[in-house]
Every structure is written in C-alpha cells, then in structure tokens.
Design a protein around this ligand. Structure first.
Ligand code: PMP
Ligand code: GLN
Length: 370
C-alpha cells in the first residue's frame, strides 16, 4: 500500500485533519463539472478512441504551444492516459528494458521506483539535500553510465516544492544528450509556481524535445484529482511505444471526462487567474502559520506541499513524528523516508504537509500544531 493511502486511512480513523495525501478538500470548478454532465447527456458514453479524443488531444497541443511554444502533432505525439500515473507507467514500460539503468532524484514520487522495477530496470537514485534541494552536479554526472537509459525528472518537485531552474535544467540536458538517454518529465504541478519561480519544461531546451516524454494531468491544475485525466506528449517514435502499452493497459480514458477536460483546458487562461493567486495565498497562510508554530517549514517554490524539518532535539524519525502529530495534535502528514532508498537517514529528517485545503482547515491545523 502506498504511504498516501496508509496515512489517509489512519487520518480518517483517528478523525485527524488530513494534510497527508495531496488533494484539495474543496471542490473543483462547478463549470467544468457541468461540461462532463453535458457530454454524458449528449451521449458520449461509449469508449473513447484509445489515444484520447481528438478534442482533448487538440486542447493539450494548443496549451503546450501557447504556454511553452512547444509544437506537438495531436495525431501522432499526444496520448491521453488515466492520470499522470498511467502516463508514467506506459512511458516506463515503453522505454525501459530489463537491465537498463534509470536515474531518479530522491525524494522521488513513489510510482517512479515501482515503474522502473516493473519494467526490469535498475534504479540509480541521486539524493537532493535540504534545505534548498538543489542539484549536486558532481553526483549526477557520476550517476550516468553507458547503461543509463532514462532519467525521471519532476519539476515542480513533489515533495520538496523545488522548481528546477534554467541552469540546472541546462546542466541535466547536456548530460542527457552526451549519454544519448531520455527524460521522463513529470510536470503535473506546472501551473503551481510561486514568487519569481517559473516552470520550464525540459523539452523546450535545445535538442531535448526528441528525448523528452512530457507528462501532466488535469488533476492538479483544475483541482479534480478524482477525474484521473492525464497525458503524455512525446515524439512520434516514443508515442508509438507508449500507445502500445496503453492499449493493453487501460486502452482508453473515461469519454465524458475527456470532453469536459478539453473545454476546461481551452479556458485555462481564465482559470489560472483565480487558481494561481488562490494557491499563493494558501502557501503564504500555511507557511507563516507553520513558522509561528515552530515547525521549521521550508518555503516551497512550487507544488502544494511544504516540507518541515523535524527539530533535532526531539530525536524522532519522520514516522514517529508523524504518528505523534496525528495522535496528539490530530494533524496527518506524510513521512518522506518512503521516498528515499539511497540516503534514507535524510528522509527521516522531514515531514510533508499539503496545503491544498480550505483556509479554515489550514487555520484549524495551525492552531492545533501551535
Ligand atoms: N506525479 C506527481 C509528482 C504527483 O504528485 C502525482 C499525484 N498527485 C502524480 C504524478 C499522479 O497524478 P495523477 O493523479 O494525475 O495520476
Ligand atoms: N500525488 C499525491 C500526493 O503526492 C498522492 C496520489 C496517490 O495517493 N497515489 O500526495
């Protein structure tokens, strides 16, 4: 069972405020929900085409072009999947052969490790150290070998909230090109960046589009994680392989949800005018609250998570601390050691909290933690 499911179940059982699993406790926009009802009423209730409806693939192509000047062909280079999770799985099986080495940064999103192992690959973790979680260039350079097939990149990064900057991405892209490898780029928090941090898709860097599988999802951007509508944009040869896995995995994604998501993406600009300030305000409210409660929060540059450093004098591991907070303060967090395999001691120093919650929930959690 994933740590997200475990902590959510425990939080529900104890009646704790659930700041563990990453999902909003408020509903996604009503107008998008109505689009799905409309699609159902119009009779779009049978299988959608395997690669995704043309409406949604065209909307994905358009937003990638509008926001990042990336040009993908909706017929041959865009695939709709059951959330980013399925896109990660299909990309992994499409690309990784048994014995291939695959680099990933820890803390990593848990499904990367599972995907690499299911494909028979050999995980090569590289640890990002707090408080800034920046790249250790020497360590990454050393992680590449003649057996490296791909690297998982996640920016904005869950759980640290780090947004990889141009210099770091340039450095990575040079290594990827030098070693003739690919990048599986998980960008589900692409529109959740704060202050002067901007999301840069690695596919926009010179010569990188041919080697990048760009993955995202409507779950975060529209606050509809339960819809599980995700996608992958990749060059035609890679898309062919991804679709081969997808057709025998889920085959296609819920038809009316795709049609609703297509129209929602077409109105992304209007949506972001409310979405971005809303999350910035929540980030500030929660960060300041955690600071006043002496929880040692590390300000996130993106995502809807905050990592807090456990005070050393407590002498508690992340798991012990999470249980203590859950039992004594009725607040549930994620122990991030579940996202490390190389330097597990580093993972034990933090907890992750999710602020995609109503202000009342956040305020209640803070007052309980104080
Ligand atoms: N990647 C990251 C970094 C995530 O945090 C999540 C979960 N929220 C996913 C992928 C999975 O996305 P989806 O719910 O669209 O499958
Ligand atoms: N992405 C969510 C998180 O980071 C969890 C999704 C899941 O439960 N698999 O909390």
């Amino acid at each position: 069972e994933s740590i997200f499911s475990t902590m959510t179940a425990k939080a529900n059982k104890l009646g704790a405020i659930n700041l563990s699993q990453g999902f909003p406790d408020f509903d996604g926009p009503q107008w998008i929900q109505e689009l799905v009802t409309q699609a159902m009423q119009e009779g779009h209730n049978q299988y959608a085409p395997g690669p995704g409806t043309m409406e949604l693939r065209t909307s994905i192509k358009s937003y990638l072009n509008k926001y990042y000047q990336l040009n993908y062909n909706e017929n041959t280079e865009v695939t709709v999947t059951n959330g980013a999770t399925e896109a990660l799985f299909c990309s992994s099986l499409a690309l990784i052969n048994p014995g291939d080495e695959v680099i990933l940064f820890e803390p990593y999103y848990d499904s990367y490790m599972a995907c690499i192992k299911m494909a028979g690959g050999i995980p090569v973790p590289v640890t990002l150290y707090g408080p800034d979680f920046s790249l250790d260039k020497a360590k990454i350079e050393k992680a590449f070998s003649s057996k490296t097939k791909a690297i998982f990149l996640n920016t904005p990064h869950n759980p640290t909230g780090k947004v990889f900057n141009k210099d770091e991405l340039n450095f990575l892209s040079k290594l990827i090109l030098k070693h003739d490898t690919y990048v599986i780029s998980d960008e589900v928090y692409e529109f959740l960046t704060f202050d002067d941090h901007n999301h840069i898709p690695i596919a926009t860097l010179p010569s990188m589009k041919e080697r990048t599988l760009t993955i995202s999802s409507g779950g975060k951007t529209f606050g509809l994680t339960g819809w599980k509508v995700g996608w992958c944009a990749a060059p035609e040869n890679l898309t062919k392989s991804i679709r081969m896995v997808h057709q025998f995995n889920t085959f296609s994604v819920a038809h009316p949800f795709q049609l609703g998501m297509a129209k929602a993406i077409d109105k992304l600009e209007d949506h972001l005018k409310e979405f971005r300030p809303l999350y910035l305000q929540k980030r500030n409210l929660f960060y300041e609250g955690l600071k006043s409660a002496n929880l040692n929060p590390i300000p996130p540059q993106g995502t809807y998570f905050i990592m807090c450093r456990i005070p050393e004098e407590l002498n508690l591991t992340d798991i012990e601390y999470c249980y203590e907070l859950m039992e004594k303060k009725k607040v549930a967090a994620i122990p991030p050691s579940a996202f490390y395999t190389l330097d597990t001691e580093e993972g034990k120093k933090y907890i992750r909290l999710c602020f995609a919650k109503n202000d009342e929930t956040l305020i209640k959690a803070i007052s309980s933690l104080q």
